[in-house]
Design a protein around this ligand. Structure first.
Ligand code: ATP
Length: 637
């Protein structure tokens, strides 16, 4: 029985039930997705593909999903391919019989090694072509490449890539190379993958297919919401997919739940510009104001067998950074606590004065392989939520209940572990005083949260049930921006030897591109200028990546381009429509982007990946809310 349905000119890509999914079928789907920017069409292509795969083994589906995501396992495991451009150029050269130099020359012209690899392979005649690649075999090889370490790792990696490339046909080299580069760039966001999976799994039920269009749309939307919820609580496809195939989507929440050892995607907050905004939003609701501690988010897990793991906002394992917290944790649960997941902020702590220290102090702490005895910067953990206790996820309970359970089962330990300070009041003066106290105590401001109604924990969501009020909300645009550094301008005068300024970009998730948003030259101390120059020395690239959007005007063109590797937190006075910058292009104006005015460097955000930078729609939201506020201001005047 043939289940696969895709065909190409070169050969039929249909695959038989029980036989592995050909890599060509996945690449064909990539090509279809890349050919359009329409969300619905992308969803339809991917759903059709997953529908075919879903009838096969979980192994095939898991491999397809990870290749679509350009990952080699769950995000929180942090496995990376670690292949530099030079290795890839060598591999393409050796697989195609060309010189590395000619590959580089072509790359300078096309800007994309994937396309160069495809064209070079296309010109080659192979006498005895190896068997076609399968999705599972490609995924397996990528995992093997990721685990190669040691002295001859480079040649071993090249060998494996070479073998894959030689077996590639049609458009496969292009997508294989892009996967190896870590940038697929077909405009496929994880949310679309989740939605397509949910739709595909639901549409295998013939009764759903027979429903009227309206009813079917409702069923599909519900399925997608269920699936996304499950994934946000247990972000591990290896675990979810087998259950999805065996039990179906409706049963998933029963079997796949949040559990210690798998970091759930943290709930996020909405920025606000004034306490009046907060009071308007929470009118007639019970809410609580908590100190917004200024440190690093720490999701602390205690597993049943006693293991403690700490995860960052990014689901990165921070355990090696905080051996002191790991050592202190056993003191905090009361008797009877066997397992938990706590949502906390780790903050730098002055043991002598018994007070919180600013974030800048925490940022000087070593990130890896910290020995307890060498620790200079002490930390105190402030817990603001309890998400799991003794075998039971608590995310659907409301905050008031979760907080009660937290207080009931944990002890505060001086200078080590405390509950987030909070106040329940709807009086604006009282809240203002509480905010002032928070700021006085080296906090960033307040988090204002619903307590009872609409007060469940919403993993991964930037929810209006959590509002952040930062101390400097009255000036500026209400929140800072997290932007990616993509270029540098050679410094002159006092800044000779460093960069005098940098080009920053936001990230457009739909287009998978970095869009220039401003040049920045203020807010840096001399030490920071030196540090940045040192850091970016290792990240210089010959030319802008094909996924950088910027205008080539003499005033803007950087002297040096950087790989998108670091995120900076930046404060700005306001936003304006820009003739040159490309941030959020198409969101507010069809042809113009948005830029930041008077940007000022605040800090490096090590806890955010470049793809987690402020995204284009957030930039557009900031711009729109600024317009609304200024219009309201004019009326008031
Ligand atoms: P975002 O996560 O919204 O993109 P961000 O990472 O820059 O932004 P902030 O905007 O500063 O973070 O606000 C949310 C962060 O505040 C949380 O991720 C958490 O680390 C920190 N935080 C400090 N105190 C609290 C609290 N009481 N409740 C929730 N989060 C808190």
């Amino acid at each position: 029985v043939t289940t696969g349905s895709l065909t190409s000119k070169a050969e039929s890509l249909a695959w038989k039930k029980g036989s592995p999914v050909p890599y060509a079928a996945l690449c064909k789907t990539f090509e279809q997705i890349e050919s359009t920017t329409k969300r619905l069409q992308i969803l339809a292509f991917l759903t059709a593909f997953f529908k075919d795969v879903i009838q096969l083994s979980p192994k095939d589906l898991v491999a397809c999903i990870y290749l679509c995501l350009n990952r080699i396992g769950p995000e929180y495991e942090g496995k990376e391919l670690g292949i530099g451009e030079s290795i890839l150029v060598k591999a393409v050269a050796s697989a195609t019989g060309r010189s590395a130099q000619s590959i580089k020359t072509d790359m300078a012209q096309h800007g994309d090694l994937g396309t160069v690899a495809q064209t070079s392979r296309g010109h080659q005649k192979t006498m005895f072509p190896p068997p076609p690649l399968t999705v599972v075999s490609v995924y397996k090889t990528l995992n093997e490449i990721a685990s190669i370490t040691g002295q001859s790792s480079q040649s071993l990696k090249i060998g494996k890539i070479n073998k894959l490339l030689v077996a590639c046909r049609d458009n496969e080299p292009k997508y294989l190379i892009r996967s190896l580069e870590g940038k697929l760039r077909i405009g496929l966001a994880e949310q679309s993958i989740l939605q397509a999976l949910a739709h595909a799994a639901t549409l295998t039920d013939s009764s759903v297919v027979k429903l009227s269009e309206d009813k079917r749309a409702t069923v599909l939307a519900e399925a997608a919401a269920t699936f996304k919820h499950v994934y946000n609580e247990l972000p591990n496809y290896d675990e979810i997919v087998p259950v999805l195939l065996e039990k179906g989507i409706k049963e998933l929440p029963k079997y796949c739940k949040l559990r210690p050892g798998v970091p759930l995607k943290p709930m996020l907050a909405h920025p606000t510009k004034s306490l009046t905004d907060v009071l308007n939003r929470f009118e007639n609701m019970t809410f609580t104001c908590e100190y917004k501690y200024d440190g690093e988010r720490a999701q602390i897990h205690l597993l049943e067998y006693g293991k403690i793991v700490i995860y960052s906002r990014n689901s990165e394992n921070l355990s090696a950074k905080y051996p002191d917290i790991i050592e202190a944790i056993p003191k905090i649960p009361k008797e009877g606590v066997k397992s938990f997941v706590l949502d906390c902020e780790a903050v730098a702590w002055d043991r002598q004065k018994q007070c919180i220290l600013p974030f800048q102090v925490l940022s000087t702490r070593k990130r890896k392989d910290v020995q307890a005895a060498d620790i200079q910067v002490q930390v105190c953990v402030f817990a603001f939520d309890l998400l799991y206790l003794n075998g039971e996820p608590l995310t659907t309970k409301h905050l008031k209940d979760r907080r009660d359970v937290l207080y009931e089962h944990f002890n505060e330990v001086d200078g080590v572990f405390a509950f987030a300070k909070h106040k329940e009041s709807s009086n604006v003066e009282e809240i203002q005083t509480f905010l002032d106290e928070a700021v006085e105590g080296n906090c960033e401001g307040l988090m204002v949260k619903t307590l009872v109604q609409e007060a469940s924990y919403e993993p991964s969501k930037r929810s209006r049930n959590w509002l952040k009020v930062k101390k400097d909300y009255l000036s500026g645009v209400g929140d800072t921006f997290d932007l990616v550094v993509i270029g540098g301008y050679i410094g002159r005068g006092k800044r000779t030897g460093w960069y005098g300024g940098y080009l920053l970009a936001c990230y457009d998730e739909d287009r998978e591109e970095y869009q220039s948003i401003c040049k920045i030259g203020t807010g840096f101390s001399e030490e920071q200028l030196a540090e940045h120059a040192k850091f970016f020395k290792d990240h210089i690239i010959d030319r802008p990546k094909s996924y950088y959007q910027w205008s080539d005007t003499p005033n803007l063109r950087p002297d040096v381009w950087f790989d998108a590797v670091q995120v900076w937190e930046v404060k700005a006075a306001d936003l304006s429509i820009s003739p040159v910058h490309k941030a959020a292009i198409g969101h507010v104006d069809p042809n113009k982007g948005i830029s930041l005015r008077f940007p000022r460097f605040m800090r490096v955000r090590d806890d955010k990946k470049p793809e987690q930078a402020t995204n284009a729609s957030q930039v557009a939201d900031f711009y729109r809310s600024q317009k609304i506020n200024s219009a309201a201001g004019e009326l008031d005047d």
